[in-house]
Design a protein around this ligand. Structure first.
Ligand SMILES: *Cc1c(COP(=O)(O)O)cnc(C)c1O
Length: 430
């Protein structure tokens, strides 16, 4: 089921008041739901010493959210320098930060190793030599190729640009050891929005198997495996939720079996984004126009700058109109934004209670990869973000973008490279 019923019961009675005070459109996040999910994750994996979630910052890169994650003891999975800076500002340092970049620059590595550092997760074997210095602790992202098929969103690992190939794995650790690495981790990320928990169990099994193979060849121990993110959430009312309890139980069993065989147990890390925050955010937008041509269009005051998933992936996001029940007179409509792009639609031919101008629409499950993916194409500005806190207060945690933000990168001081002065070309300079 989309949007948690508890969040709904906390939000809906106050929605008009919140919309009146802050103005629409906005994303609003449920601190209580996020904390309950995080605490549940910790307790389900509590038999594994050192278990840690590294929240995938890209899912919801807001300092107020990161503060909640840090308070629960979570680290941060960062794939860019700005994300690392966000993580550091939330108080994380060193091994509470995981730097999983790809197509990485030397400057990125330097930044990732500065200011207290981070766990460096290398996406390619060539980075072993390109790293300015080899840290004591090193991790590689593994791409198993045709040994395993991921799900549709990430696609076939053979075609995925990420990670070190199977045959490179042992040489990669060997090279890292030669350069001075002494502590080791192994990472992979193979699925996205996967609600079949057995995929994650297979991922953990695959990594533990590789750990045994590498250890056997190189005589090293692994401190952790990181099974990545990708835990799915139900977007559609008919979607079954991920069985997180079964996942925890079966992965825990794999770790105990590993310990029996090898006499030690690496730590389990994961880096969920969507699972932590997806269902605990909604986009609240107001109907501003109704248009009847060949179809009926309900125009709202948000557009795809607030939520790209329907336009990019054809993703389903459930929509409700608080106060209007699904048994009220319904009609089939497209719910649209104002971009000059026909894929700027939050719902296509969706049966909804009849919507009038001024009604508030709640677009569910925008807590992950929602605001974060927004863009400014067509001069559309991104909306504000609010947090419904555990004490019942509502806080503005990001204001809406304004025209001056749109102009912020436009320079009006000339920086001009003149056309070459002489026909002899660039070599003519002295
Ligand atoms: C995007 C991403 C995640 C988070 O994915 P979710 O589907 O939000 O859980 C984790 N790790 C890496 C490396 C990613 O790129």
């Amino acid at each position: 089921m989309p949007m948690s019923p508890d969040f709904e019961s906390r939000l809906y009675p106050r929605l008009n008041e919140i919309a009146g005070h802050f103005g629409t459109p906005f994303h609003i996040y449920d601190e209580t739901g996020i904390r309950e999910t995080g605490e549940r994750l910790k307790s389900l994996f509590s038999r594994l010493p050192g278990f840690r979630e590294y929240f995938a910052v890209k899912a919801l890169p807001n300092p107020a959210i990161l503060a909640v994650m840090a308070d629960m003891g979570f680290g941060f999975d960062c794939s860019s320098v700005p994300e690392l800076v966000l993580g550091r500002r939330a108080g994380a340092a060193g091994e509470m930060l995981m730097f999983t970049a790809n197509n990485t620059t030397r400057q990125d590595f330097i930044a990732a190793m500065a200011d207290g550092g981070s766990i460096i997760n290398l996406d390619d074997i060539t980075f072993v030599e390109k790293l300015p210095v080899m840290p004591e602790l090193i991790c590689f992202r593994y791409n198993p190729g045709d040994r395993r098929t991921g799900n549709a969103i990430i696609g076939n690992p053979v075609e995925a640009k990420y990670g070190v190939s199977h045959d490179q794995l042992i040489p990669a650790y060997e090279m890292a050891i030669k350069r001075g690495a002494r502590r080791f981790g192994l990472h992979t990320m193979l699925a996205s929005n996967e609600r079949d928990y057995t995929y994650m169990v297979q991922t953990a099994a695959m990594l533990l198997e590789q750990v045994e193979a590498i250890s056997g060849r190189l005589g090293i121990r692994f401190e952790f495996i990181n099974i990545g993110g990708g835990l799915g959430v139900p977007y559609h009312p008919e979607d079954a939720p991920l069985d997180i309890k079964a996942l925890a139980k079966e992965v825990t069993e794999l770790f105990f079996a590993f310990a029996d065989r090898n006499g030690y147990m690496p730590k389990l890390y994961m880096e969920s984004g969507r699972y932590m925050t997806g269902p605990y955010g909604v986009l609240v937008t107001r109907a501003i126009n109704r248009k009847e041509i060949y179809r009926t269009y309900v125009g709202v005051d948000a557009c795809m700058s607030s939520l790209m998933r329907p336009a990019i992936y054809g993703a389903y996001h459930h929509i409700t109109i608080p106060g209007k029940l699904s048994d009220m007179p319904a009609e089939v409509v497209d719910v649209v934004g104002s971009l000059c792009e026909n894929n700027d639609k939050f719902a296509i031919q969706r049966k909804l209670p009849r919507i009038s101008e001024n009604d508030l629409l709640v677009i569910h499950d925008t807590g992950a990869h929602g605001h974060a993916m927004g863009f400014n194409y067509n001069g559309k500005l991104r909306p504000k973000e609010l947090m419904l806190k555990t004490d019942g207060s509502v806080e503005l945690i990001r204001r809406e973008e304004r025209i001056e933000d749109y102009f912020a990168t436009l320079t009006f001081t000339p920086d001009i490279l003149l056309p070459a002065q002489s026909a002899a070309g660039p070599d003519s300079e002295n």
